[in-house]
Design a protein around this ligand. Structure first.
Ligand code: HEC
Ligand code: HEC
Length: 233
């Protein structure tokens, strides 16, 4: 019994030192939605790479009404929990070695969806978030029409940077290329599918074709084409 008391003393001491009202670490994890909330979760885990819609970050802004209108809720949850395997989006679920509970992931998904804004959508039918790769040759022609004015005829850059750079293309998944082809990077000056040629939104076929052409430009470290394209995502 003496021994047990001895063991308990530091524990009791620790508990009584706790300032009133301050949540313990355990409380924090128990009810993340209440304790931290979306704004804080997003700032701690996502903003460095995805920005907040105004600041410039390495990857697409998620505060993009067009992106949020096409992406499925399940895809958001999957990307956060499991990451994008093989690419630079980390997995956040605890069972995948990340630090977020299911509740916290849910809070983030709901918070992202609350950024939806129907009043900011282009006045055109929205293309599907995902689709099989289209036709490479048609994609080259569509690229000339919708992208070359900024990225150059062969994609190696002009007013804007290269989109066929070897390291770049090996760093991003097929779906990411499609996502950018649809939603653009408005915060950097890359317009979305509806604003590249005034009054003439890109068709869903053109989007799938351009994605296929971009994917076809991937080469390995010996500059040999990578066929078939590696990623399915
Ligand atoms: C270390 C940088 C980094 C962090 C931190 C990060 N991401 Fe990402 N994320 C990326 C990259 C890079 C991609 C693109 C991966 C690819 O090539 O498909 C991505 C992709 C995504 C996608 C899929 C985009 C698409 O094409 O539809 C979603 C959704 C996403 N991230 C959400 C989040 C959320 C939410 C957080 C915070 C919980 C987060 N990310 C944290 C780098 C990051
Ligand atoms: C009005 C000019 C303009 C047009 C038109 C344009 N872009 Fe961009 N794009 C940019 C700018 C600016 C960036 C930011 C980076 C840079 O300067 O290269 C960019 C970036 C990109 C990126 C890299 C984004 C990232 O986060 O990895 C891709 C991919 C891309 N554009 C694809 C396209 C495609 C495909 C088209 C045509 C369907 C297109 N762009 C049309 C200006 C443009």
């Amino acid at each position: 019994m003496k021994r047990l008391l001895f063991l308990l003393i530091p524990v009791l001491g620790f508990i009584s030192c706790k300032p009133p009202g301050k949540p313990t670490l355990a409380d924090k994890w128990k009810s993340p939605a209440d304790v931290t909330g979306f704004t804080q979760l997003y700032a701690q885990n996502c903003i460095a790479c995805h920005g907040d819609g105004k600041s410039i970050a390495g990857s697409i802004t998620l505060k993009n009404p067009l992106y949020l209108a096409i992406v499925l809720e399940e895809k958001l949850r999957d990307a956060i929990a499991n990451g994008v395997p093989g690419y630079n989006m980390p997995a956040f679920a605890r069972e995948n070695g990340g630090s977020l509970s299911d509740e916290q992931i849910d809070t983030i998904v709901k918070g992202l969806l609350a950024w939806k804004d129907a009043s900011k959508l282009p006045n055109a039918p929205l293309p599907p978030y995902s689709a099989p790769l289209g036709d490479v040759a048609a994609g080259k022609a569509a690229f000339t029409q919708s992208c070359a004015s900024c990225h150059g005829d062969d994609g190696t850059g002009g007013k804007a940077g290269s989109v066929v750079d070897r390291d770049y293309l090996n760093l991003v998944s097929n779906q990411y290329l499609r996502t950018v082809t649809i939603a653009g990077r408005p915060e950097l000056g890359c317009p979305d599918f509806a604003h590249r040629t005034p009054g003439s939104p890109m068709s869903p076929a053109a989007i799938s074709d351009i994605t296929a052409w971009l994917v076809s430009q991937r080469v390995n470290e010996f500059d040999q084409p990578i066929t078939p394209a590696p990623a399915k995502k």
